[in-house]
Design a protein around this ligand. Structure first.
Ligand code: ADP
Ligand code: MG
Length: 737
């Protein structure tokens, strides 16, 4: 429980009982004008929104810049005293200049304000404050022009020692709402009038973890007297955030399970059993055990919601196909959703091949994509609605209003990150009873991310690769230091082709104007986004390789998303059939493309791609009998973050290790999808890379609570916290990330 504290300047004890609550509109609490600023800058609308605007960090007097060693051109924060202040007219134009001189005892600095005569009244000689801005030099004298500042209350001088040790909260801020202004509104207006707040974490759980109460934590995070205050508060709020999120996800999971599904148990001697008997290889242990989990899930009258993650080439498709056959054995149909047309048709081909002629004839796997001719499309739709086709493979076209199924029992979503929950929900709505769902992803997900982002799904992992997989060697080709190595890259390509293999070349963009931007991961840590013309382009690269004498005679084509669909498919088919030696492509080949004879992958401007994208690209080679070669060509300088990412991928083939490394190299926002507004949907204090323990603890606490009180009837504060946290938008955002 909170200890009553002695009242200190700038800090009030709990407010009046009839004070503002977390749902009170900000307008009511801090006035029209101020609240408009917060709404515009951060999307805050309630007292709760503002109080959840936590400081980014805390500064200390000791860390502040001393005036004696002021760096030029840098942002500084200085605690100093006003020594002199004068107002004078400007020379050239009309108007006035206020110039104040401040000192911290080690040096002096000039503050300059143009046409703000009111400053002179505030900056009286002898007043102390904190000043922030960028140092510039005018005629050799260091100065701050229009700095942000906050003057200390005069009575703070009385207890200067306490004041000096007090952490200074530094908030995420904007030009119109500098950190100190946010601090002041919270400290002087909002906290003093805050009424009782309901803690979404039940008393018993808080006590068990020795967490102080919510109201105290809110005060301590915003107005700490010591570092220990905000440390304690942050632990409380971090746990609370994890708890609310996990409770929300687990409840969502239960909600989906409330409507019964049709049980589709294994049928001895059925299609699935026949398929297993004719498999040309042994399933790996992981494929087998994940397969058993799925077989068990499908046999329940509760909708399955399972995510299967496994390295590229780990054999997820086979696992999904076995599930589809089990459903077919019970008369149910399966829809297999692929993110692109190329992948959908490739999946259909490989499913037909894997089933063999007899099973294919019985199950009639059918393609349903947006670009079929009207007649083909009609036929495919008829097969779906009549139940003739037991397996329907498609793209978004499957979501079309006029597509219906006779008895949809299972939805498989391949490479989930391109499908949102909404789309899964649309498919779910196509069945009378909710179908079972299987989501496949080759993007390895660290456990804590899985718990946070896919907390409403059960997760299985295929960690093993099938035996006999070829090794892949990866190299960085650093053109910054070795510009001539580029020639060697094309020689290597020619060598692979001469040995009867095929080569992928991947570029970040198609033409100078048209990027496949949405297929590029947002890359952080690169100071200059760089003009698109500065990166390798498909068109240029195509021309360059075609005229490169070392590649003369090679059969070369381009492949990218702006090509007409049948042309694209034609190129992919020719490449698969070995009629092309080299394709220059964009990331359209990133997911799932399976050409066992392709042995080399050359990624140009590799630093333009994200870690997981590079890893995915690399997975396109080494799928056949020849070892894979992957060359990451980059002009990024040694030591830059961009280069570090590429080196990280080249250094390991372990997708899970890479996912962890990626988490550290990226900003958190990029892991969960970024939310520019800084509004309610992004994680606040919780960091999935760091807070695994807190997340796990919160998840098991939430699970235990939900077991006792499934509808949270005795926990209204938690119910409303969940509602605030997971608006529809953010729910979608969480699942989509
Ligand atoms: P993923 O979808 O996980 O990337 P796939 O299911 O496409 O992997 O499998 C990649 C290749 O490996 C396919 O050609 C598939 O037939 C083959 N394969 C799958 N499982 C095994 C296994 N247990 N042993 C040998 N080859 C396998
Ligand atoms: Mg696959």
């Amino acid at each position: 429980m909170a200890q009553p504290r002695t009242e200190q300047s700038g800090r009030d004890a709990a407010g009046p009982a009839d004070g503002a609550g977390l749902r009170t509109p900000l307008r009511t609490a801090i006035g029209e004008r101020q609240s408009a600023l917060f709404a515009r800058a951060f999307g805050h609308h309630t007292v709760g929104d503002l109080l959840a605007h936590y400081p980014r960090r805390y500064a200390h007097r000791g860390e502040l810049t001393a005036l004696a060693d002021l760096p030029a051109g840098e942002d500084v924060t200085i605690v100093a005293e006003v020594r002199h202040c004068e107002t004078r007219p400007m020379r050239q134009r009309r108007g006035s200049i206020v110039e104040a001189s401040i000192s911290d005892g080690t040096g002096a600095l000039t503050l300059t304000f143009f046409n703000q005569p009111g400053r002179a009244k505030e900056l009286r000689v002898g007043r102390r404050g904190i000043f922030a801005g960028r140092v510039n030099r005018y005629k050799g004298v260091p100065q701050l022009t229009h700095p942000d500042y906050e003057l200390f209350d005069d009575d703070a001088d009385a207890d200067i020692a306490a004041w000096q040790s007090r952490p200074i909260p530094i908030y995420p801020a904007t030009a119109s709402l500098p950190s100190w202004k946010i601090a002041r509104v919270i400290r002087e207006t909002v906290l003093p009038r805050l009424g009782p707040v309901d803690d979404p974490v039940p008393q018993r759980i808080a006590a068990e973890h020795r967490l102080e109460d919510f109201a105290t934590a809110l005060r301590d995070i915003h107005v700490p007297l010591t570092d220990a205050d905000w440390h304690r508060a942050r632990d409380v709020l971090r746990y609370q955030e994890a708890f609310v999120l996990q409770a929300a996800l687990l409840r969502e999971r239960e909600r989906v399970r409330e409507t019964p599904a049709v049980a589709r148990p294994p049928v001895p001697g059925g299609h699935a059993a026949r398929f297993d008997a004719q498999l040309p290889f042994e399933l790996t242990d992981d494929q087998r055990s994940v397969g058993e989990q799925i077989a068990h899930d499908l046999a329940q009258p509760v909708p399955m919601n399972r995510l299967v993650q496994g390295e590229v080439g780990s054999g997820k498709t086979v696992v999904a196909l076995r599930a589809m056959l089990q459903v077919a054995d019970n008369g149910g149909q399966s829809a297999f959703l692929a993110p692109t047309e190329v992948l959908a048709s490739q999946h259909l081909r490989s499913i037909v091949a894997a089933l063999g002629p007899d099973l294919s004839a019985e199950l009639m796997p059918t393609l349903l994509t947006g670009r079929l001719t009207t007649a083909e499309r009609k036929r495919a739709m008829l097969r779906a609605v009549s139940g003739q086709a037991q397996i329907v493979v498609g793209t978004h076209a499957l979501l079309g209003e006029n597509v219906s199924f006779f008895d949809l029992g299972l939805v498989v979503v391949d490479e989930q990150h391109r499908f949102g929950v909404e789309q899964r929900d649309i498919l779910r709505a196509k069945a009378e009873r909710p179908p079972h769902q299987l989501v496949l992803t080759a993007t390895p997900i660290p456990r804590t991310v899985a718990m946070t982002v896919f907390g409403d799904l059960d997760v299985s992992t295929i960690a093993q690769l099938p035996a006999g997989r070829q090794r892949i060697e990866s190299f960085v080709v650093p053109l910054a230091e070795h510009p001539r190595w580029e020639g060697r890259v094309w020689e290597r390509a020619a060598e692979e082709i001469a040995a009867g293999h095929q080569v992928f070349v991947v570029c970040p963009a198609i033409t100078a104007k048209e990027t496949e931007g949405d297929e590029l991961e947002p890359v952080t840590g690169r100071e200059d986004g760089g003009p698109v013309s500065a990166v390798a382009l498909v068109e240029q690269t195509l021309a360059a390789v075609r005229s490169n004498p070392v590649l003369s005679g090679a059969r070369i084509a381009a492949l990218h998303g702006r090509m007409p669909a049948d042309e694209k498919d034609g190129v992919m088919r020719s490449f698969s059939a070995g009629a092309l030696d080299l394709i220059v492509a964009t990331t359209v080949i990133e997911v799932g493309v399976d050409v066992p004879n392709a042995s080399a992958m050359i990624v140009l401007d590799a630093d333009r791609f994200g870690v997981s994208q590079l890893h995915q690209l690399r997975g396109r080679v080494g799928r056949g009998t020849a070892p894979g070669l992957c060359l990451f060509v980059t002009t990024a300088e040694n030591g830059t973050l961009a280069r570090e990412r590429v080196e990280a991928v080249a250094a390991t083939l372990d997708g899970f290790a890479l996912a962890e490394a990626d988490l550290e190299l990226r900003r958190e926002g990029d892991v969960l999808g970024s939310d520019q507004s800084g509004g309610r949907s992004s994680l606040r204090l919780l960091r999935v890379a760091r807070d695994g323990e807190v997340i796990e603890r919160a998840r098991s606490d939430a699970a235990a609570l939900l077991q006792r009180d499934p509808r949270l009837e005795d926990h209204p504060a938690l119910v409303s916290a969940i509602a605030d946290r997971l608006t529809d938008r953010s729910r979608d955002f969480l699942a989509r990330a």
